[in-house]
Design a protein around this ligand. Structure first.
Ligand code: COI
Length: 356
């Protein structure tokens, strides 16, 4: 780890909370932020000056490398409040591990575990009133790192900012998704950064997703960059296909994000005795299964969206509708997952992490 300086987490509390101005029954995803944020600088080879302060604008040089070369990574995690007012995280160590995996790939120094947890827990304790009870309501937590050295040479920055901001949210996508299977664009390639939560991975999706939206679809199912034969991810989510009663998802690789929700769904399905295959699935296999009626479900999985059922997909301008099921895996595993997250059931895997 790179943190060599002795540190004390300094805390500057807001003079006036903004919470009374927020309509919690009418939240748009990612627009509202809690009173405080965490900030820690990397300078002279060490993370230093960890601070929690009121949420607000940054002062940053225009030459900061993040603006020019996109040297930035992020995470998405959530905090859930139960009926007794306790607040839980879900498998938070997985997010720390992954941001450090992403950082390594982007030549960013890793962040220390102890400081990550101290910052996160202190921040959530300060802003706990922003967490609302009720399944679907949560605090979406966005840790991220940006390169902020004041220099435009195309080389790794010598300075970084690690931050955590927190946003009260309700469910991410409403309703079912209609998706387009990508025939031209791709989100990742062998040897690339698809497995990392690199900021640029998401920016590169915006244009093809806009094209899909113009045709009345909400998301793109990404296929492999070489052949566009293999189904990889859906929008910003991992993707699962149910053919007969088998659940199929792309194996993790340097093109696929190792999603926390993805691996939790796999564990829940296996516990339920469902056969899970982490294997490559081709578009033609999907279309054959749709034609012969064995394709039962497609759903995306991710922290923000949890589980999003797909109602139809399009390929070569042909629309394939999914059947409407009363006993869908999507709804069953979403319920099991959220029951664990909101402390409504046992936690057989030890995934809950109590903060408050
Ligand atoms: C998440 O599920 O945390 C994501 O990465 C989606 C986000 C880009 C909104």
């Amino acid at each position: 780890m790179s943190l060599t300086k002795e540190y004390t987490l300094s805390i500057e509390k807001t003079a006036t909370s903004r919470i009374s101005s927020v309509d919690f029954s009418n939240l748009t995803f990612g627009v509202t932020f809690t009173d405080h944020m965490f900030e820690c600088d990397f300078k002279n080879g060490a993370w230093q000056n960890p601070t929690i302060k009121p949420y607000g604008p940054l002062s940053i040089y225009p030459a900061s490398k993040v603006f020019h070369y996109g040297q930035a990574v992020f995470e998405g995690m959530k905090a859930y409040k139960d009926a007794d007012g306790s607040i839980f995280l879900f498998r938070p160590i997985e997010n720390l591990k992954r941001i450090n995996i992403s950082s390594k790939r982007l030549a960013i120094p890793e962040f220390p575990e102890a400081l990550f947890f101290e910052a996160l827990e202190t921040l959530l304790n300060l802003d706990k009133a922003w967490a609302q009870t009720g399944v679907g309501n949560s605090l979406y937590i966005r840790p991220f790192v940006i390169a902020n050295e004041n220099c435009v040479s195309a080389s790794p920055s010598n300075e970084y900012k690690f931050m955590i901001i927190v946003s009260p949210v309700s469910a991410y996508y409403s309703g079912e998704l209609k998706v387009v299977v990508a025939e031209k664009y791709s989100r990742s390639a062998n040897g690339g950064v698809g497995f990392a939560k690199a900021a640029g991975n998401y920016a590169a999706q915006f244009f093809p997703t806009n094209l899909a939206k113009e045709k009345g679809f909400q998301q793109v199912i990404w296929t492999d960059a070489d052949t566009h034969q293999y189904l990889e991810e859906a929008g910003t989510m991992n993707v699962f296909f149910r053919i007969n009663d088998t659940l199929i998802t792309a194996p993790t690789s340097d093109r696929i994000l190792d999603g926390v929700t993805r691996k939790s769904v796999i564990a829940l399905a296996q516990r339920a005795g469902v056969l899970v295959e982490e294997r490559k699935l081709t578009v033609s296999e999907l279309i054959t299964a749709s034609h012969d009626g064995t394709l039962k479900e497609i759903f995306g999985s991710g922290t923000a969206a949890v589980i999003s059922p797909v109602s139809a997909f399009s390929f070569t301008e042909v629309l394939y509708e999914l059947p409407k099921l009363t006993d869908s895996y999507a709804l069953r595993f979403k319920k099991q997952l959220t029951d664990i997250q909101y402390n409504l059931s046992e936690d057989p895997f030890g995934w809950r992490y109590k903060v408050v």
